[in-house]
Design a protein around this ligand. Structure first.
Ligand code: PGA
Length: 222
């Protein structure tokens, strides 16, 4: 909210999954009470499943529409989400990266995967990675299978902003809750930055807040 008051034309980086749902509900409530104006805001989503169309109920386009966009006054032309059905994935990824560069993200909201991924930057993701097509890890496919009728239905690939794309945000807020995130939060905050735990690259950002509940922070030493 402060970001919005400071700059009504703010650019937000948005995440999907269960983590940001509370935040989106709060934004909707405040907007309905006319306590915020999102008409000038631009948003970039982190990622999208490759091969799912925007009207597929498990696509991140659909998720964002249902859980945020259809309830607020954002302009459709100000919403950027990777296109999972693009017929030229390399070209689309380059275009997406250029759009982020042209509209620098003021505030990036992030969740974290149980394997330490941010966006769909799975273990092995380099610090200088940019928007690209990636293979999803076995753990991510298994974790996300709860949203599909079977594990086989979970797409095996996704388009994701890279680590470098995420790190270009002026400010980052990382959210995590639940003990299934405790190992990931520990590696993100207390292990040396490395591709083994992509969220650990965030230690190199100079303006990041990490908000975790007791369970997610349960393995932290400090
Ligand atoms: P979750 O996913 O919010 O559904 O736990 C987070 C993530 O995988 O990045």
């Amino acid at each position: 909210m402060n970001q919005l008051i400071k700059k009504p034309e703010s650019v937000f980086g948005l995440a999907t999954g269960s983590t940001p749902l509370g935040l989106y509900k709060e934004i909707i409530l405040r907007c309905k009470a006319r306590k915020c104006d999102l008409s000038q805001v631009i948003t970039f989503n982190l990622d999208e499943y490759y091969g799912l169309s925007s009207d597929h109920p498990q696509s991140y386009h659909y998720f964002m529409q249902e859980n945020l966009f259809k309830h607020i006054d954002i302009k459709p032309e100000n919403i950027y989400i990777p296109d999972g059905m693009t017929d030229d994935v390399q070209k689309h990824c380059r275009w997406y990266e250029e759009q982020v560069r042209a509209h620098p993200i003021d505030l990036q909201i992030l969740g974290i995967g149980a394997n330490g991924h941010i966006g769909f930057n799975e273990p092995g993701s380099a610090e200088d990675s940019v928007t690209r097509l990636v293979d999803l890890s076995e753990q991510t496919i298994s974790d996300n299978s709860i949203y599909f009728s079977s594990k086989e239905e979970v797409p095996k690939q996704a388009i994701t902003m890279g680590i470098k794309t995420i790190m270009s945000a002026k400010k980052i807020i990382l959210l995590a809750s639940g003990d299934n995130k405790a190992k990931a939060v520990k590696c993100a905050l207390e292990e040396s930055p490395s591709a083994n735990c992509p969220a650990s690259w965030l230690q190199k950002h100079n303006n990041i807040d990490v908000i975790v509940d007791e369970d997610a922070g349960g393995l932290l030493k400090n």
